[in-house]
Write a protein that binds this ligand. Structure first.
Ligand code: ARG
Length: 495
């Protein structure tokens, strides 16, 4: 994190008038200006506080660019090698924690300044044929591809925990809910895995976003394409991109990959918010299906008895923040005129916020889920016999009644049980017989929750065999790794 940067007057200035902007600052532009920018503009324009973290990617693409310039006959081998070595020096300094100056406009300016400090004037040749427009687009895409891999592994960690918990739950039964009203009995493992598959879809979206990011804009220059015969194919291979952008005007302003990653993370946050809400509800005394552990809950400063599921509440709330990030980006892109516009500088603020937030939330949700305990007794106690009403109707269907007729007969029985403040199981057989003539003495067997669950062996159903198959499929989905295009970085110098 970069502390708030304060513009200091340059040393050695005894000018009583406050300096206009950061005079003497290292800039990538300025020749056509008689004076530097106003401090108010500098303060607004500076993005180093946000984009500093792009430096490893900017260094990497700059090294590839130096090689490409040599290949194009723009730099000698010695110059290209000197720039590469210089960039390694810059990377070492940044790794060691070198902080930017107040006057460094953005990460590209910072790296350029440090490169000048490392190797002197030859550094000035690196910016030949490129612009910060294609540079920032390239670095942001590399960052995004990396982020997708990191997010994917954090999502998989949560999924592994879900799978472990599902296996542990075994034959435990619980109520399922529609409209938050008791619906039908299910295996608790089935409920647990209902939160697994949305994350599987999120992983597919992350992969899609990574693919969208894997198109190389470098070589597009400011907008019209580089005038030097750089090999973009060579750049693509060395930087691990899957394809080359086809149009330089589009390439410098295409932020679809940011939008796709933000949509992917927003859906992920949305899914986490639903899991969090289920667990918060189930952890309340009213449900009591789960008991939270010590390390992912907090107490109250006033009420000594409290144990609050903060991690889950923050996870639930973070969905709103990510939605805001997505909407901000879409709003920025909408109606943007052709080519690069400075509005796009804000793409990184929302992109980083969304990814950072998910990388904080995911491990906390995983931890909460891993340490909570399930209360099978409370789940079982919540299985009212009215939840087997559908099974009762199915019973009549099997005896030849139409489903509509069966639905009406069972509805009448439920009403009767409700009026008597009892359960379907406590009604006398005579009530069943008068509700429908097809009812036999064996009717009470169809009021068993276990039997209800066992009857649902359809693929994707809650039957024990179907859930076993589901667990196998879930396990197989976690084994899938996406191929990583990165690697084989072309180097001219061996360090
Ligand atoms: N900091 C800028 C950004 O993030 C870099 C590109 C600036 N380009 C320019 N022509 N001023 O978008």
């Amino acid at each position: 994190m970069i502390p708030n940067l304060v513009v200091e007057p340059e040393a050695g200035t005894d000018d009583p008038v406050p300096p206009r902007g950061t005079r003497g600052a290292h800039r990538l532009w300025g020749g056509r200006f008689a004076s530097g920018p106003a401090p108010e503009l500098d303060a607004l324009n500076r993005s180093i506080g946000t984009d500093l973290r792009l430096w490893p990617f900017d260094v990497r693409l700059s090294k590839a660019w130096a090689v490409a310039l040599w290949h194009a006959g723009v730099l000698t081998l010695e110059e290209s090698a000197a720039i590469e070595r210089g960039l390694d020096g810059v990377a070492d300094r940044l790794t060691a924690g070198e902080t930017p100056l107040a006057s460094d406009e953005d990460v590209h300016t910072l790296i350029d300044r440090l490169l000048h400090e490392e190797i002197g004037d030859v550094a000035s040749k690196l910016h030949t044929g490129r612009s910060r427009n294609d540079q920032v687009a390239t670095a942001t895409r590399m960052w995004a591809m990396d982020a997708c891999i990191t997010l994917d592994s954090a999502v998989r960690a949560l999924q592994r925990t879900m799978l472990d918990r599902a296996v542990e739950l075994g034959a435990t039964l619980m109520p399922s809910y529609t409209h938050l009203q008791r619906a039908q009995p299910v295996l608790a493992a089935h409920w647990m895995l209902s939160h697994f598959w949305p994350l599987d879809r999120d992983r597919a979206r992350l992969e899609g976003a990574s693919r969208a990011a894997g198109v190389l804009p470098l070589g597009s220059g400011a907008i019209a394409g580089s005038a030097f015969p750089v090999s973009r194919v060579l750049l693509q291979g060395s930087l691990g991109f899957a394809a080359l952008s086809r149009n330089s005007i589009d390439a410098v302003s295409d932020r679809d990959f940011v939008a796709e990653l933000l949509f992917g993370t927003t859906m992920l946050a949305t899914h986490l918010s639903r899991l969090a809400e289920d667990l918060i509800l189930f952890g309340s005394s009213e449900f009591g299906f789960v008991r939270f552990g010590d390390t992912f809950t907090t107490g109250s400063s006033m009420m000594p008895q409290k144990r609050n599921p903060d991690a889950l509440e923050i996870a639930r709330g973070s969905g709103a923040r990510l939605l805001g990030d997505l909407v901000a980006l879409l709003g920025t892109i909408k109606g943007l005129p052709t080519g690069y516009n400075k509005d796009l500088q804000d793409d990184k603020r929302v992109l980083f916020d969304a990814v950072d937030t998910m990388l904080l939330v995911l491990p906390a949700v995983t931890g909460t889920l891993a340490e909570l305990s399930f209360r099978a007794d409370r789940m079982k106690a919540a299985l009212a016999s009215s939840m087997m009403a559908t099974d009762l109707a199915d019973y009549l269907v099997e005896k030849g009644a139409s489903f509509r007729e069966a639905h009406a007969a069972v509805g009448a029985l439920v009403r009767e049980a409700e009026e008597k403040r009892g359960e379907l199981t406590t009604l006398p057989f005579e009530s069943f017989a008068s509700a429908h003539s097809a009812f036999d003495r064996d009717v009470f067997e169809s009021l068993s929750a276990l039997r209800s669950v066992e009857r649902r062996e359809v693929e994707g159903g809650t039957g024990p065999g179907a859930v076993r198959a589901q667990i196998d499929a879930a396990r197989a989905s976690l084994a899938e790794k996406w191929e990583n295009a990165r690697g084989n970085e072309l180097r001219l110098v061996t360090p």
